[in-house]
Design a protein around this ligand. Structure first.
Ligand SMILES: [Zn+2]
Length: 349
């Protein structure tokens, strides 16, 4: 009996490149998103792109809400704004939290949302997943994939290089995530998509093969990184989960965020996790580390400004994150092994 079923939800229009922000009104028209827009942005990102967008859409009388972090309280205020203003489309303008808030609100209110990243620090700009951070805890939620994406390389190239490097590190981690996924297929018969895995690995390869261009941190670097982040996001749309782009390296990153909150950007921690988990998988961890160094992403506890012990602790506690998602560390990792992995890969001294 053949009984396979899969639903794949993709962004409908993806517009990337030089000064594409000015084409946003056309994109909204093409997508028939004629309702009143709500601009979800922050103070900095208002100056970078929000104000421009607001002026461009003046005839549609856009509403505006400025937010800081993606917390339940902020989410409720965005939802309230949508309910009180007869909103027809949500525009998330910013890095992580603004886009996550737009995404979560869109899912709750069943509205279309357009992702307008002002930096390329992680692949959440494309995916349907969003994290809500309340106090010390960060919980990942299934929301909706953006209906449209407008990623202006001339805007993103002006963001701090550290953010672009973090985005690259997030995607390099895909190599580990896919290795974890294959392991879960072998040992746990986990559902697996070979097309999603191939696209995810291609996205990581795009970064590794173009390090010499990316390290210039110019608009071309933003272009390559966005291409890779978008491919990574689409791989998650194919899989219908974050599996292709989130394995043990992400578990490490989330554990580190609990142990040493606010010290590392999400992608930075994923990159360091990827070095160590690639070692555990016997992948080419040295190439990953070298590439991260060249791009300017941190590769050690020292560079993150955290204690060596925090890295070891995060490796051990990584198994507590999403225990239902089987990865290389999920049969347990001893303290001695964690110390060795961290030391041999040079993440600790
Ligand atoms: Zn990530």
């Amino acid at each position: 009996m053949f009984d396979k079923i899969r639903l794949m939800v993709f962004p409908r229009s993806v517009l990337v490149g030089h000064e594409v922000l000015k084409s946003l009104p056309n994109l909204l028209d093409d997508l028939s998103l004629s309702g009143k827009p709500l601009i979800v942005t922050g103070n900095k990102t208002w100056n970078v792109a929000g104000e421009k967008v607001s002026k461009m859409l003046e005839s549609r009388q856009p509403e505006l809400i400025k937010v800081t972090k993606c917390t339940t309280a902020e989410l409720n205020s965005v939802i309230e704004k949508v309910e009180s203003s007869d909103i027809g489309v949500i525009l998330g303008i910013g890095g992580g939290s603004k886009i996550d808030l737009a995404k979560l609100t869109a899912a709750k209110k069943k509205l279309p949302f357009v992702s307008i990243p002002t930096s390329a620090s992680h692949d959440g700009i494309v995916s349907s997943r969003a994290s809500i951070k309340d106090g010390m805890t960060s919980v990942s939620h299934e929301a909706v994939a953006p209906t449209g994406i407008v990623a202006d390389t001339s805007v993103i190239a002006k963001a701090p290089p550290k953010l672009l490097a973090s985005g690259c590190a997030d995607v390099i981690g895909n190599l580990v995530a896919v290795a974890d996924w294959r392991l879960a297929l072998s040992l746990k018969n986990a559902p697996f998509s070979s097309s999603a895995a191939a696209l995810s690995e291609m996205a990581a390869g795009l970064i590794l093969d173009n390090v010499s261009q990316i390290k210039k941190m110019d608009e071309n670097a933003a272009w390559i990184t966005l291409k890779s982040l978008i491919a990574s996001g689409v791989s998650m749309c194919i899989a219908g989960s974050s599996r292709p782009a989130s394995g043990s390296e992400h578990k490490f990153s989330h554990a580190l965020e609990l142990i040493a909150p606010g010290k590392a950007l999400h992608g930075e921690a994923c990159g360091i996790g990827a070095i160590m988990m690639a070692f555990a998988h016997q992948l080419d961890w040295k190439r990953i580390k070298k590439s991260l160094t060249e791009i300017g992403a941190p590769t050690s506890a020292k560079e993150l400004g955290i204690e060596d012990g925090d890295v070891v602790e995060a490796l051990i506690r990584a198994t507590e994150i999403r225990p239902e998602r089987f990865t290389i560390i999920d049969n347990g990792i001893t303290r001695e092994a964690a110390e060795r992995i961290a030391r041999v890969t040079g993440v600790t001294e």
